[in-house]
Design a protein around this ligand. Structure first.
Ligand SMILES: Cc1cc2nc3c(=O)[nH]c(=O)nc-3n(C[C@H](O)[C@H](O)[C@H](O)COP(=O)(O)O)c2cc1C
Length: 212
């Protein structure tokens, strides 16, 4: 397959330089996230997270960014999923967010840790009931014989929690990526894109400009 010829896109953005950056990558990330919300970018929370399997081969999937604090981004999943099994064995991850209509990308890498159970409880309680039921019903990344099997698992979970609140399943919760490298990419005219990379240096951060 070849892709059809397309117009050569000229990105036109404001210059983006070291002086424009927030003090930490996570504050900068929140600024860009706010811009993405204001610009109605589709799926502004979508984030690709890559992990390593038992053989050291990379694996990747989309998850939803649910929090960014001064330690890094957080997403939620099943602790029994393939990604969590991989993170338990090799607790490092890399990730990418793009707000493509703004010609922006954030790339990050770091160690991971499980989110505190209270924080996972608090987030789980805000989810729609259907998602809460799904978290109990779906053995994420396990093999199913057919779709009916999944429907039956959901029906069983619905029956189990009929008439009461759905608590967080113990095998479901958050991961935080303790990003120690975070790169901000802003598309510019004539391919002179801006790339500014934060690297953690103890309690502070250094910033380096990279060639596009
Ligand atoms: C837009 C989008 C958002 C998603 N968000 C999540 C999420 O927040 N958590 C999650 O576990 N899976 C999410 N998924 C599904 C994952 O991509 C993946 O299929 C699932 O987590 C199983 O991955 P694993 O087998 O590598 O563990 C999302 C998929 C898409 C396309």
């Amino acid at each position: 397959m070849s892709t059809p010829p397309r117009e050569h896109v000229q990105y036109q953005s404001d210059a983006f330089d070291v002086g424009d950056l927030a003090a930490t990558p996570f504050e900068q990330w929140q600024r860009w996230y706010a811009d993405a919300l204001a610009a109605d970018v589709p799926e502004p929370d979508a984030m690709i997270v890559a992990t390593l399997d038992d053989n050291g081969a990379p694996d990747a999937r989309v998850v939803l960014l649910r929090d960014i604090d001064d330690r890094g981004p957080v997403f939620y999943t099943s602790y029994e999923s393939a990604k969590s099994t991989q993170l338990d064995a090799r607790p490092v991850a890399a990730g990418v967010v793009t707000w493509v209509t703004l010609h922006r990308q954030v790339r990050f890498r770091g160690a991971v840790e499980r989110v505190d159970a209270h924080q996972s409880d608090a987030y789980f309680s805000t989810r729609p009931r259907g998602s809460q039921i799904g978290a109990w019903a779906s053995p994420q990344s396990g093999e199913l014989p057919d779709r009916d099997a999944l429907v039956a698992l959901v029906a069983a979970a619905e029956q189990r929690f009929e008439g009461r609140d759905v608590p967080r399943p113990p095998q479901w919760g958050g991961w935080r990526i303790l990003a120690d490298t975070v790169e901000f990419w802003q598309g510019q005219r004539d391919r002179l894109h801006d790339r500014l990379r934060f690297e953690r240096a103890g309690d502070t951060w250094t910033v380096t400009r990279l060639a596009p």
